[in-house]
Design a protein around this ligand. Sequence first.
Ligand SMILES: Nc1ncnc2c1ncn2[C@@H]1O[C@H](COP(=O)(O)OP(=O)(O)OP(=O)(O)O)[C@@H](O)[C@H]1O
Ligand SMILES: [Mg+2]
Length: 244
Amino acid sequence: MGELIAILSGKGGTGKTSLCAGIAEALAQQGEKVLCIDCDVGLRNLDIALGISQIGGLSFLDVCSGGYGLDMATVHPVYPNISFLTAPVTCPVEDIDPAAFSKMLTAARSKFSYILLDAPAGIETGFRLAARFCDRVILVTGADPASIRDASRAADVLETMGKENIRMIINRVQPKLFEAMDVTVDDIMDQSGLPLLGLVPEDQKVILSAAFRQPLLGYGKKGAAAACKRIAKRIRGLYVPVKI
Ligand SMILES: Nc1ncnc2c1ncn2[C@@H]1O[C@H](COP(=O)(O)OP(=O)(O)OP(=O)(O)O)[C@@H](O)[C@H]1O
Ligand SMILES: [Mg+2]
C-alpha cells in the first residue's frame, strides 16, 4: 500500500512546490514509484518545478470525475517512475468532491509507493483537501518568524484534524543568516513544536532549474538536490544524519 504525504506550510512561498518536485525526483531515483498531485487549484505550478511544463496533462479532477484512469496520468520523461496529475485551473476548490478525491487516492495507493500532494498556501479548503486523507505531513517553513509561526498554526489545525505524523523541513537555510539572526535549528524546533525531517539550503539551482524548465536533480548534485535525496531516504525509513 502506497503512502500518502501532504506537503503543507501555512505561509505562502516557503518552497512546498519546489521541494515536492525535488523529493519526488529523489524518491524515483531511489527506485520508488511516485504519483505527484498538484493540489494548488487555480494556481498550479508543480509541472514547472518538475521540469515538465511543456507537456500538457490530465488534472486530478479529470480522474476524480471518472473520465480517465490513473494510468493516463502524465509520465515524467526523465523519471519514468514519476506520474503527475496537475490541478484544475477553473474549478473552485470548494466544488471538488472529497469523496471522489478520496476514491482516486485509494486507487493510487495500490499503484504507487508514495503519493505526494503539493498543497496551496493557507489553512483553508485546499490545505484541508490535501491534509484530510494523508498518512503523514511535511510542513515546509523558512527560518523567519512569520513562517515559523504559520507552520506552528498549521500544525495546530492538523492536530484538530487528527494528524499526528507531522515533520518539518526548514528550507532556504543560510548558516550566516542564522548566525546573524542568532537563531539555531533547535530554536526553530522549539518555536514550532515540530520534529525535523530535514534542512534544505538556499540554493539558486532551485530557481535556475525552474527557469530552464529542468528537474532540480538533473540540474544540481549538491545543495538543495542533495538535501532532497537525504530527505527522500528518511521518508523511506533510512537513517541519514542531518547536515547542511
Ligand atoms: N532552497 C531554495 N533555494 C532558493 N530558492 C528557493 C528554494 N526553495 C524555493 N525557492 C524559490 O522560492 C520561490 C517559492 O518557492 P515555491 O513556489 O516552491 O513555494 P511554495 O511554498 O510552493 O509557494 P506557494 O505557497 O505560492 O505555493 C520560488 O521562486 C523557488 O524557486
Ligand atoms: Mg506551491
